[in-house]
Design a protein around this ligand. Structure first.
Ligand code: PGA
Length: 249
């Protein structure tokens, strides 16, 4: 099975930089080892779509509003994202949970609106350093998953990917260990089993994210129960990310 490699550019890259990046990536991506999804900022989605059309590379957004349309100045709807070629959206990233105070209830609504509009969701879950050190990882992950996925039908889970992103590992250079990742992958699959089914727990795609780099990605993405990775910082360096996407096993 090919690994799933997702790039989250966060609030980086202007249109010109995006143009240079995608020109180079598309020309050099071999596509034999990985399925790739790029999540650039909203303003680059159309341009990225232009470059990615006709390639196997997919496009995603980093956020979406929970409402369908209306008087929400500055917000972007799921339907708008679809219309510029996005097939995926990242929901529940810890930066949105913490810096923008997004609750599990809001995340649940965003997931439902996205699925209704035909967008696939990359749901991020993960514990803080304090939670980890007090042995609460399992409890936190379960709570996030149960609240974020509440009311979803089992067949809708086919359009959901779950990324384990421990907060203490994001942008810190302090990646989780394979042991940590395998333990949490088991917890996630158990929660899906208990709330949905055995099949759903087997089929759901799980990613690891948090300080992935050219040195550690093979080991971490080789963890049992993990289908790919969510890359932040390193995905901005086109040569590094090409190397990862062309060499991942
Ligand atoms: P990082 O970010 O790779 O820069 O740690 C990962 C993420 O936030 O998805």
């Amino acid at each position: 099975m090919k690994k799933l490699i997702v790039a989250n550019f966060k609030m980086n890259q202007n249109l010109n930089e995006a143009k240079q990046y995608f020109t180079k990536f598309v020309a050099n991506f071999k596509g034999e080892r990985a399925n790739v999804i790029f999540c650039p900022p909203f303003v680059s989605l159309s341009l990225a779509n232009y470059f990615l059309q006709g390639t196997p590379i997919k496009l995603g957004a980093q956020n979406v509003n929970e409402e369908e349309a209306g008087a929400y100045t500055g917000e972007i709807s799921a339907n708008m994202l679809k219309s510029v070629g996005a097939e995926y959206v990242i929901i529940g990233h810890s930066e949105r949970r913490n810096k923008f105070k997004e609750s599990d209830k809001l995340i649940n609504k965003k997931i439902k609106t996205s699925l209704k509009n035909g967008l696939k969701c990359i749901l991020c879950v993960g514990e803080s350093a304090i939670d980890k050190n007090s042995g609460k990882t399992s409890e936190i992950i379960r709570k996030q998953l149960e609240e974020d996925l509440k009311g979803l039908y089992e067949n809708e889970l086919e359009s959901v990917i779950i990324a384990y992103e421990p907060i203490w590992a994001i942008g810190t250079g302090n990646n989780a260990s394979v042991k940590d990742v395998e333990m949490v992958a088991k917890i996630i699959r158990k929660v899906i089993y208990e709330n949905f089914s055995e099949k759903a727990s087997r089929d759901i795609q799980l990613l690891y994210g948090g300080s992935l780099n050219e040195k550690n990605y093979q080991a971490l993405l080789g963890s049992n129960g993990i289908d790919g990775g969510l890359f932040g910082g390193v995905s901005l360096k086109v040569d590094s990310f090409l190397n990862i996407a062309n060499s991942v096993r």
